[in-house]
Design a protein around this ligand. Sequence first.
Ligand code: SAM
Length: 308
Amino acid sequence: MSTHVDGGNVVGATHHVNDTGVASGVGTTALLVAAARAIETHRHDSLAQDVFAEHFVRAAPASAGWPTRLRQVPDGDANPLWGRFARYFGLRTRVLDDYLLQSVQATGARQIVLLGAGLDTRAFRLDWQPGSVVYEIDRAEVLAFKHGVLDGLSATAQAARVPVPVDLRADWVTALTDSGFDPAAPTAWLAEGLLFYLPAAAETSLIATVDRLSASGSALAYEVKLEPDLLTYRDSPLYLSTTAQIGIDLLALFAKEPRPDSAGALTNKGWSTSTHTPFDFTHHHGRGPLPEENDALAGNRWVFANKH
Ligand code: SAM
């Protein structure tokens, strides 16, 4: 297949690749985020650009029929999934892009670890400092699908990119350090759209491990859902439309147990943390989702942590 990057678009026919990792279960959520990023990329008032995103969507049979442009959605912005929820992912992408770039600038960190990387293309999209290494941790099948798509595009990473195929409920530290990660050097960590899929004990352990592997100067951003009972919003437009339109029942995939206080745990370990609603950034950027009745996003928080 002949493909090249041209004027911000990746040009070329997308071929179908082995989609085992994203065909069902939590892997499909990576395709959902990719479709949202594709839509965001082509908005006139785009908050984030990801020219690779639509290629993932086209390559997987599970998502090949999904929209990658808002004009393909009959009710456009009024659609709870491809309008408001996709905009949420666009805003999240932008905010975390900005945080990572500001963090590596401020701290000098040259190691970036994407936990539950999914179809995140930040290794390709962002302008990393020379000598940076981006470690991408996800399940082997998800990374295999990702590589099957990226290999067909003439994409050039802006940093050394190291895939780390491992389950985050297993011993991922050995896999990461065997891949060259250096715990003595500061790291910028990201857990975007991940923690609510993990059992509470796995989140607690993951946060403690991130702390243990973080030298002074490290930074971490992650997303949580703080509502005491996720099922409060089970009949919200967001959950209902995601199930009805693309067959992804997010509530079935989320871990239902009470969540740990990860920000508190980090504070106790000497990190400074700040917790924001997505809507804080909607106001900052002048676009993005706003609160609404029966809102499945009501408990979402983005947490930013820095180790001194
Ligand atoms: N962070 C990416 C982004 O925002 O584009 C992907 C988010 S996607 C909603 C969730 C990702 O977490 C999926 O790629 C899934 O495979 C990964 N994931 C969920 N549970 C995991 C686990 N136990 N071990 C490794 N990865 C996991």
